[in-house]
Write a protein that binds this ligand. Structure first.
Ligand code: PLP
Length: 384
């Protein structure tokens, strides 16, 4: 399926919808390129399968489809070359819910938890709100390409207070798909200092051509020390269904996690909410390949038009681009400039790290027409 066909078939006009993204755009009379969801609808086979479920009208207590785990495992094996086992999987009502549960179940109050910044804000919030101690390591970057500062991370591990590292892979908002060597060096450090890794991999299927996503649990050596958060919610834009998996190969950690979930009366799966994940893992591969091409085309267009003037991230994965307005954002933040002078709603750079008020995060999971409109509006800034 070429990009034009995909857009014709799946782009949805959400301008009048009860959509968080578009409602705020209506209020601010702007083009919404904020929040991480897409302006594309799901594959028609998935929609049909959901309609069939509804049409039967059987809404009594139900079980997951019998082959739910097999479908989940096969999908991740084929797509991402990682072999999960059904007994490693637990359910939560979303990825942020999963972060909280992992923190509460597997760390203690006052334990240190390290993140690398800039980063999707809920990471910081979950650590602070759960009474854990936040450790931040700033990522180093050149020409929009961000990497870990291993020396700084090791310095922070050395005091023995950091018990967990929360990893965002692929990275929101930096668009990184980490290489084998980068992850290996990080996991080696975590093992050396007995730091548990919690890897949020919800962007793991939105991968640009020539990139390969490497799931944390594909490293057998570090498996006992890793817990992964995996969902289809970003991949197929299923936020409304709130369904997510926590994957824990280490039996001791799994016992602790289950005990926490029992204590909190949570962890039972909402079968209806699990169905879109199941059907997308069954039928969604072609749709997803086409989506990734559309995002890449949008990115290439954006980069070609604007990289002569602005620094921006190298998009390896996710549909989220981090853009630096540089000198233009001195008196006003980049977010304010984008909204007030370009009529584009973005996510403010400072929400990912206070040092990034000159940057914004831009969501490219929309039509090329919308991206062209955004580029035109941004180019006006240059003229003025
Ligand atoms: C890395 C990451 N984790 C978690 C979430 C939120 O997921 P959920 O809506 O399932 O809580 C997002 C949403 O953008 C995200 O980018």
């Amino acid at each position: 399926m070429n990009n034009q066909t995909f857009t014709q078939k799946y782009y949805i006009d959400r301008s009048k919808a009860d959509s968080v993204k578009w409602q705020r755009a209506r209020k601010t009379k702007s083009l919404p390129m904020w929040i991480a969801d897409m302006d594309f609808k799901d594959d028609e086979r998935v929609i049909e399968a959901l309609k069939e479920f509804i049409d039967k009208g059987d809404f009594g207590y139900g079980n997951l489809p019998q082959d739910y785990y097999k479908v989940f495992i096969d999908y991740h094996l084929q797509r991402n070359h990682v072999e999960y086992k059904s007994e490693w999987i637990r359910f939560t009502k979303g990825a942020v819910d999963a972060m909280y549960q992992v923190i509460y179940a597997l760390t203690n109050e006052d334990d240190g938890i390290l993140i690398t910044t800039p980063l999707y804000p809920p990471f910081k919030a979950t650590i602070k709100e759960s009474g854990r101690k936040l450790y931040e390591s700033k990522m180093i970057h050149q020409d929009g390409y961000f990497t870990f500062d291993y020396k700084d991370i090791e310095r922070k591990f050395k005091n023995g207070k950091v018990k967990m590292m929360m990893l965002c892979s692929p990275h929101n908002p930096l668009g990184r798909v980490y290489k084998q060597g980068e992850l290996q060096e990080l996991f080696e450090l975590c093992l050396k200092y007995d730091v548990l890794v919690c890897a949020d991999e919800v962007h793991g299927d939105i991968i640009m051509p020539d990139q390969q996503f490497i799931p944390a649990l594909s490293f057998k050596k570090y498996r006992k020390n890793i817990v992964s958060i995996v969902a289809a919610s970003k991949t197929f834009s299923l936020a409304v269904f709130s369904h997510c998996h926590v994957i824990i190969p280490n039996q001791k950690l799994m016992k602790k996690f289950i005990s926490y979930q029992r204590h909190m009366h949570t962890g039972s799966v909402n079968v209806f909410n699990a169905l879109p994940t199941y059907y997308n893992y069954l039928y969604g591969n072609e749709w997803l390949d086409a989506l990734n091409n559309v995002v890449f085309e949008n990115y290439e267009y954006f980069r070609k038009e604007l990289s002569p003037y602005f620094e921006m991230t190298v998009l390896e994965g996710t549909y989220l681009l981090f853009l630096n307005l540089g000198d233009l954002a001195k008196e006003k933040t980049a977010y304010e400039i984008m909204l007030n002078e370009c009529s584009i709603l973005t996510n403010a750079g400072e929400s990912f790290d206070p040092a990034y008020a000159g940057w914004v995060r831009i969501n490219l999971a929309t039509s090329l027409d919308n991206v062209k409109k955004a580029v035109r509006n941004i180019k006006k800034l240059l003229k003025d």
